[in-house]
Design a binder for this molecule. Structure first.
Ligand code: PLP
Length: 368
């Protein structure tokens, strides 16, 4: 089956007479569970929920391994760190990964005795740091720089050295790249982004190759309470059905916008892995099925970037990315990333691209 069909049917129950295709969310703190609790399919809302199970089933079908849903992308990241890493262990992170992941590793996990090594994504630099490590963490394309590493090559070297591999697949989504098929042990994402795509919820998940890791992650979720609300999970499952439709439009828009920006004298550097002349394109084209909705570019200086954002009539100036709204932000306003002050992280949404290009042209022309 093709991707568009798979996402529409993923995780849905066998059709039953008079039943909804996707049953509504189950709101339950406690379930009726008389007598011996093992006889009740559901007992308490922190342990399990049928709405989670249907969404996890959908993700498992798409990812190619058991999946566990979490309250946020960061809850999913913390669950992997917490279940895999023990005092004295080494984790090798991309130095250009999503910055809160680096804050978490450098803060709490370092205090708990974990050693953190950081290497840039570009050029597969992490290969040099595998000796003695417990976990290799990849983020490709990286956020916000959009560098790409060769996931299969890094996984092979890591496994030879006895190192587990996790891939943060947030930017690509499972229809853009299949980390488990490339050999990774963990594929995780912030489902807040393109996977659900409507900028209306916070959610995350981890998919794994081995059931034993799914069991440990589920125990972590139950004991730490990193549980998602049923409404968010139901909305996520409903939104997943349009993932292929949304991504088709977003990837087309992203490429057209990147090409347009390359023609503009105000724009200094454009990065999008789908651009044939992008430094990441060759590796991306080998391992990705779609290049995603995120691109970035730099303008002359901070005030040009601020003027551009203020002049746009169509863009939401917003952090986060992946949704069907075209958004952009001057990323350095947050700090934490090695990027110029005028760096714009841009998410191509689902609008008609002619309207977006017209708006970008007038915003770049704006002198005020
Ligand atoms: N990983 C990446 C690459 C992200 O961009 C983000 C959020 O921006 C996260 C993880 C964390 O996800 P969440 O905000 O859903 O906790």
């Amino acid at each position: 089956m093709r991707d568009g069909t798979r996402v529409i049917h993923a995780g849905l129950p066998t059709p039953a007479q008079g039943a909804a295709f996707l049953p509504g969310p189950t709101f339950a703190g406690a379930y009726h569970a008389a007598g011996d609790p093992v006889t009740a399919p559901f007992t308490y809302g922190r342990f399990h929920n049928p709405t989670w199970e249907r969404y996890e089933q959908a993700l498992s079908e798409l990812e190619g391994g058991p999946a566990v849903v979490f309250a946020s992308g960061m809850a999913a990241v913390t669950a992997i760190f917490g279940t895999v890493l023990r005092p004295g262990d080494i984790v090798v992170l991309p130095s250009d990964s999503y910055y809160t992941i680096r804050l978490l590793a450098d803060g709490y996990f370092t205090e708990m005795g974990i050693r953190v090594k950081k290497v840039p994504t570009v050029g597969n630099g992490q290969l040099q740091q595998l000796a003695g490590a417990k976990l290799l963490w990849l983020e490709s394309p990286s956020n916000p720089g959009l560098d790409v590493c060769d996931i299969a090559a890094l996984v092979a070297a890591a496994h030879d050295a006895g190192v587990l591999v996790a891939v943060d697949n947030t930017t690509a989504t499972v229809l853009g790249q299949r980390p488990l098929a490339l050999g990774a042990d963990f594929s995780l994402a912030s489902d807040t982004k393109a996977l659900t795509g409507h900028a209306d919820l916070i959610l995350g998940h981890v998919a794994v190759r081995e059931q034993a890791w799914a069991d440990r992650l589920r125990t972590w979720r139950t004991q730490t309470g990193a549980v998602p609300g049923p409404m968010e999970v139901w909305l996520a499952h409903r939104s997943l059905a349009t993932l292929e439709l949304r991504l088709e439009r977003q990837c087309q828009n992203a490429l057209a916008i990147a090409k347009f920006l390359q023609t503009r004298p105000e724009v200094q550097q454009v990065r999008y892995p789908g651009l044939p002349d992008d430094p990441a394109h060759a590796v991306a084209a080998r391992q990705m099925q779609r290049f995603g909705s995120v691109l970035n570019f730099t303008l002359a200086d901070r005030s040009s970037a601020e003027r551009f954002l203020a002049a746009s009539q169509l863009l939401y100036e917003a952090t986060s990315f992946g949704g069907l709204y075209t958004t952009a932000e001057r990323r350095a306003r947050w700090g934490g990333d090695a990027i110029p002050d005028s760096f714009i992280r841009f998410n191509a949404g689902c609008e008609n691209v002619e309207d977006v290009l017209a708006d970008l042209a007038q915003a770049l022309n704006s002198k005020r």
